[in-house]
Design a protein around this ligand. Sequence first.
Ligand SMILES: Cc1cc2nc3c(=O)[nH]c(=O)nc-3n(C[C@H](O)[C@H](O)[C@H](O)COP(=O)(O)OP(=O)(O)OC[C@H]3O[C@@H](n4cnc5c(N)ncnc54)[C@H](O)[C@@H]3O)c2cc1C
Length: 549
Amino acid sequence: MTQTTFEHHRTRALAELTVPFDVIVVGGGCNGAGSAWDAATRGLRVLLLEKEDFGWGTSAWNSRLIHGGLKYLEKYDVKLVRESLREREWLLRAASHLVKPLRFVLPFYERNAHHRYVLRTGMLAYDALSFDKSVPTHRVFSPADTAELIPGIDRTGLQGSAAYYDGQVEYAERLSVEVALAAREAGAVVLNHARVDRLLTEGDRVVGVEITDLVGGGTHRASAPVTVNAAGPWLDEVLGRLDGPTPDRMTGGTKGTHLVVDPWPGAPRDAMYYEAMTDARPMLVIPWLGRYLLGSTDERFSGDLDTVSTDDDEIAYVLGETNKIFPGADLGPEHVLWAYEGVRPLPFSPAGPTSDISRRHDVRDHAPQIEGLLSVVGGKLTTFRQLGEDVSTAVLRRLGTRRRPSVTRRLQFPGARAADFGRFATAFRADSPFPAPTAERLTAIYGTRAAGVAAIAAADPALAEVIDEETGAVAAEVVFAVREEMAASLADVVARRSMLGLSADLGVGALDAVGSIAEKYAGWSAERVSDDRAAYLRYITRFRPRSTV
Ligand SMILES: Cc1cc2nc3c(=O)[nH]c(=O)nc-3n(C[C@H](O)[C@H](O)[C@H](O)COP(=O)(O)OP(=O)(O)OC[C@H]3O[C@@H](n4cnc5c(N)ncnc54)[C@H](O)[C@@H]3O)c2cc1C
């Protein structure tokens, strides 16, 4: 690999900044990347800017579900549920390597605030609203069948259960990465580690941005008649970078905690969606990468978004509720491998129950106070494509350009481009020189792009070597991340490309191997690798790895 592949891309992208864009998108989470993708495929000249890395923010630290949101039916938000179910179906097809059907069991208890007949009505409505689905409709189980299905479940007052399907994206980070790649492929100029420090104005109009290049250093400017603020929970912080008066506060995040634990005796095979005993909140137990995700909380948050971490009382709450529904689990803080925290970018709402805050997205035009600026409030992982379509429709309206219809609904993710993905995966496993677990992980993570990893390994046998026993990751993935997927730091490679960062040790055991491959094949200096290593070890303290809980 030439030392300069990544630098080449970046130098070219930075050189493009001098030519005006139609639209600048700030924020490379699923919603910013989705907006850039939709706009680029509609023929606009697009710049996407992310201060850290694609999928670094809330788009990584969520429940990793592609779901209609059964709970939103309680709020009669039929439009949101239908939209989400339609997008779920699209994602099951368009990102078939990343998004898989997942069965949920919802137990009915005498003690539940929601009577079982209400829950059954909700299930019927959910099925009706997903009339075009490819997953099975819901089923109801007796108490005895439920206990057989989930041996460890609390049987006190158990009245039965219902099973239904939603989707799961185990590697949520890669969803944003692949959408950013799709945007680039469609012609967008795409830069990670490029922080927007100022929204530049002329009079009452935003005309562009000033950027700090956090890889090569230095500042740059880019101009466009429309800028989209898709910074998720950072939205108000970005508005604070306006030259001129700051608009009223638009978002008020609520933070949600998930705990990662190993399977315990009696743990469910299916995901579980149950009601917390303490406060009747919806809670989740989700099988995930051979472990379990337990969550989540939903509390107003106003601290530093860049360093948000999990509190002891959140850990105690989630473990407490899990132990109540699984009395034999006996999970304590010592069982938590690590914990993560995300901040929901919700519309600002200073009081009232957080569950009452709408989960819909809204594209707000700041005109007439500020021209040329749109802000995206809210939005789920599940609905990022629809949000992107809505954003670029609004951009086209602002530009006064002839309306071009959105095409993203007809497109596939870069890693899902095969007539039959299942057949591709089987053939890849059969033909590849890798051990079976490696071949399997490569198709699960990269989809059809696994062929690109295999090609790198075929060119240099040293790169076919497994560098991490737990996951079966190979050296070629590091080269692929830097060469093909815009990874610019060890953290990018570990946490959002190879997904080594989701291991029990958060990828720490693989860091040295990843670093030496980056040194040898990507030409990173020993100093850069050492600084990156230290930065990653500092970064993951927020996840409270087991040794520190
Ligand atoms: C606990 C929890 C559970 C959830 N579960 C689900 C779920 O199961 N399914 C689902 O569909 N949704 C779920 N969500 C919601 C979903 O994850 C988010 O709504 C979605 O990821 C928001 O994406 P985003 O792109 O708007 O924001 P983000 O992913 O946060 O992206 C914003 C980006 O802007 C960047 N940025 C900030 N400032 C600047 C700047 N100055 N310059 C350049 N870039 C900047 C940040 O670095 C960040 O990467 C959950 C959310 C939480 C918190």
